[in-house]
Design a protein around this ligand. Structure first.
Ligand code: ADP
Ligand code: MG
Length: 379
């Protein structure tokens, strides 16, 4: 299993001395008249894995292609180890001169070269024996050593992706640019290869900018995540910061389905069908949007005699349906607030918890997974 992958002190020291490995400042990019990247600034430190996360079409690949030099910088600044790589309308260091490792969605292996030769391709400065040894070691780490003599067309899409990763890592670049490198792997294998890749990246100390649309993948891989929407970064921070301290409703909903209500702040709270929610920092009378993650609801079965069902106390709900998802159970509930409001909502509970439809349950809220935003804040 994976252990603690935080950058080593040596890497941190190097980062402090040299500043960021990769710096993008106020980068914008337009295709025809479509603004695909809108004033993006971010840094990748030495040995740090940064994930560009966001829905399809939000500009992730464009940003990565700009960093790689596959797209010419139109606006802003791009530096590697402090040196400008691109100056709009002037300087453009071509991709092959940037000493970065690239692995893109459609991994283009050389069809006429065997797997081992593909991986050794960028190592021509090494003696043959050493080149072979290094290529084999990387294939080993990515579980592909048994296919060293195969040609790309003899491999599945997922195996080709792993070879492409090994090839990108082989010259030990200090910056890796990876675009959805695990997308063609099926779920179980994806977890394994992700884990292996992260270990390799951390072992070689490569700073990495990794594109994904999968929040779980970003949480697993990233030291920091830049969550994008419509060409802009909505929030940048550690996985924990984005998940537990989201700055915007979009950040909450991007990590999974949420229960949502709107209400007015009264006495420092907003009433919801599952009880009042505190609204620190919001003025009285503000219209607010309350977002409650399914795992924020603690669900306890209660026995209610039939003749009392009509006068159910607040925050008591009934089960509409329960489904086992595997590691957790998903419940659809009907809730009735103290104020008479009613709502359907969902709760996600660890393990096997499958109350029958109609079962009465009490709900308790975990405030740390409950978020309130003033309406108008992108609501
Ligand atoms: P993502 O990788 O997040 O899915 P992209 O960077 O590929 O997003 O694309 C961002 C936006 O730019 C999309 O609206 C896409 O349709 C558009 N786009 C991307 N590449 C081109 C291109 N070569 N020509 C015109 N529009 C493009
Ligand atoms: Mg893309």
């Amino acid at each position: 299993m994976t252990t603690n992958f935080s950058p080593t002190d040596a890497v941190r020291g190097a980062q402090a001395r040299h500043g960021s490995l990769l710096t993008l400042s106020h980068v914008s990019h337009t295709y025809d008249d479509h603004l695909a990247v809108d004033d993006v600034s971010l840094t990748v430190g030495a040995g740090e894995v940064v994930c560009l996360l966001g829905p399809s079409g939000c500009g992730k690949t464009t940003l990565l292609r700009i960093a790689a030099g596959l797209e010419v910088l139109q606006h802003g600044e791009l530096r590697l180890r402090g040196e400008p790589l691109s100056v709009p309308g002037d300087r453009h260091v071509p991709p092959e001169k940037r000493s970065v490792g690239l692995a893109f969605q459609e991994s283009a292996l050389f069809p006429h070269l065997r797997v081992l030769e593909n991986v050794g391709f960028g190592l021509e400065s090494l003696p043959a024996a050493e080149r072979r040894e290094r290529a084999l070691a990387l294939l080993e780490q990515l579980g592909m050593a048994a296919h060293a003599r195969a040609y790309p067309h003899q491999l599945s899409g997922g195996q080709q992706q792993r070879v492409a990763l090994a090839r990108a890592l082989a010259p030990s670049p200090d910056l890796m640019l990876l675009d959805e490198p695990f997308s063609s792997l099926d779920a179980r294998l994806r977890e394994q290869i992700r884990d292996d890749t992260l270990q390799v990246l951390k072992r070689v100390g490569a700073g990495t900018l990794l594109v994904t649309h999968d929040p779980e993948e970003a949480m697993f891989m990233a030291d920091r995540i830049a969550l994008m929407r419509d060409g802009r970064i909505v929030q940048m921070g550690t996985p924990r910061e984005l998940y537990c301290e989201p700055c915007h409703p979009f950040v909450v909903s991007f990590f999974g389905a949420v229960n949502e209500w709107r209400g007015t702040v009264q006495g420092g709270r907003v009433a919801t069908p599952v009880g009042p929610v505190a609204t620190p920092g919001l003025a009285e009378g503000t219209r607010a949007r309350v977002m409650i993650r399914p795992e924020a609801l603690r669900v306890t079965p209660v026995e209610v005699p039939d003749d009392e069902r009509r006068e159910m106390p607040a925050q008591r709900s009934q089960v509409i349906m329960s489904k086992l998802l595997g590691r957790s159970s998903l419940l659809r509930l009907h809730a009735q607030g103290a104020d008479g409001s009613e709502a359907n909502l969902q709760a996600q509970v660890p393990g096997v918890f499958l109350p029958e439809p109609g079962q009465s349950v009490a709900l308790e809220l975990d405030p740390s997974q409950t978020f309130v935003f003033p309406l108008g804040a992108g609501a």
